[in-house]
Design a binder for this molecule. Structure first.
Ligand SMILES: NC(=O)C1=CN([C@@H]2O[C@H](COP(=O)(O)OP(=O)(O)OC[C@H]3O[C@@H](n4cnc5c(N)ncnc54)[C@H](OP(=O)(O)O)[C@@H]3O)[C@@H](O)[C@H]2O)C=CC1
Ligand SMILES: Nc1nc(=O)c2c([nH]1)NC[C@@H]1CN(c3ccc(C(=O)N[C@@H](CCC(=O)O)C(=O)O)cc3)C=[N+]21
Length: 282
């Protein structure tokens, strides 16, 4: 079937190669894809992600524009920046890095992004389109998970999929995408009664709980495919939401952290930006 370690880094590199080719074709039509990234405040983790996105844009030939606003910026100012980017013909995609400071209404900001430039896929209309299985932008992390599974020849149709976590940016949308791929989907969360009993049913287990190494071998069915979305910075590197060493002995395939879902997220963000720019080339 597939290698045991699902190689998000390798698959994302392949996707980026494909995108670089397409960007060359777009440039022949005088279209250079443009991504605007808005960062509020100085959260170190957010800075790392934003810099990674910028670097990837540069490597592929996407113009990246970074806008850094102070932590105490008013909601009004942020919204007016979104308006400017919505009206900027050179910008195909707008990403407002989350989380935002507490005094800013996240939903209000995400709602303001023009749906045609919503490369993050967080706008309510983009999410509605996932529910209805209509064309539109898919959130990068959920889309990256499906793309990685497909390109690793993991069959989804008819499988028991369990998603642990129900956030708006990962758990809920990945559950919908798995449903659209004809998996039978269960979503578990902090109020689920017997988590291990539910996760042990999974042929495909997607874990996005934000708790370091919470999923242990006893919670996983022999032969399951395990996708670890979690990112935790520890002294000697990064850890996931899954206890990788013990779970890998039981799984038929598993994503590592780092090198699994993370790089796929960036690749899908780039892919959404190119998809948006393509509309300008017609
Ligand atoms: N690799 C990547 O590209 C990305 C990685 N991440 C990482 O993925 C992880 C999850 O992120 P995100 O979805 O934003 O996290 P959130 O904190 O928004 O959501 C966590 C979810 O897990 C549930 N949960 C928390 N604790 C438990 C528990 N003990 N038992 C069962 N369910 C629980 C919560 O339930 P409830 O709803 O009931 O509170 C919630 O639905 C984080 O580590 C984050 O850093 C995030 C985005 C992208
Ligand atoms: N508007 C918005 N969109 C996002 O997509 C978004 C966001 N806000 N806020 C934060 C989360 C987190 N996220 C990640 C992206 C890449 C890696 C990634 O590339 N990780 C590497 C390791 C990188 C490292 O060394 O830190 C890996 O797992 O191999 C991880 C996490 C996107 N997010």
């Amino acid at each position: 079937m597939q290698d045991k370690i699902l190689d998000g880094k390798g698959v994302s590199a392949k996707i980026k190669e494909e995108l670089a080719e397409e960007i060359k074709e777009l440039q022949k039509k005088n279209v250079t894809p443009g991504l605007a990234v808005v960062l509020v405040g100085e959260d170190p983790a957010s800075q790392v992600y934003v810099n990674m996105k910028e670097k990837t844009c540069n490597a592929l030939g996407i113009v990246s524009r970074k806008h850094v606003l102070p932590e105490d910026v008013s909601e009004e100012k942020l919204l007016s920046m979104v308006d400017d980017l919505n009206n900027d013909p050179e910008i195909d995609g707008i990403l407002v890095q989350l989380p935002l400071p507490g005094h800013i209404d996240e939903n209000k900001v995400l709602d303001r992004i023009k749906v045609e430039k919503d490369v993050d896929g967080f706008h309510p209309e983009s999410i509605g389109r996932v529910v209805l299985a209509q064309d539109g932008f898919r959130a990068a992390t959920p889309a990256g998970i499906i793309e990685l599974l497909k390109r690793s020849n993991v069959t989804l149709e008819g499988k028991e999929a369990v998603v642990l976590g129900r956030s708006n940016i990962v758990g809920k949308p990945v559950a919908l995408l798995l449903l659209n791929e004809n998996a039978t989907v269960t979503v578990a969360h902090s109020r689920t009664k017997d988590i291990a009993e539910v996760t042990r049913r999974a042929d495909i287990l997607v874990v996005a709980v934000g708790r370091k190494e919470m999923v242990t071998a006893d919670m996983v069915k022999q032969g399951a495919v395990v996708v670890d979305v979690g990112i935790h910075r520890v002294e000697d590197g990064l850890k996931g939401d899954v206890a990788f060493e013990e779970v890998k002995e039981k799984a038929s395939a598993i994503t590592p952290v780092p090198g699994g879902v993370g790089p796929m997220t960036i690749a899908m963000l780039m892919s959404n930006t190119v998809k948006s720019a393509r509309k300008r080339a017609i």
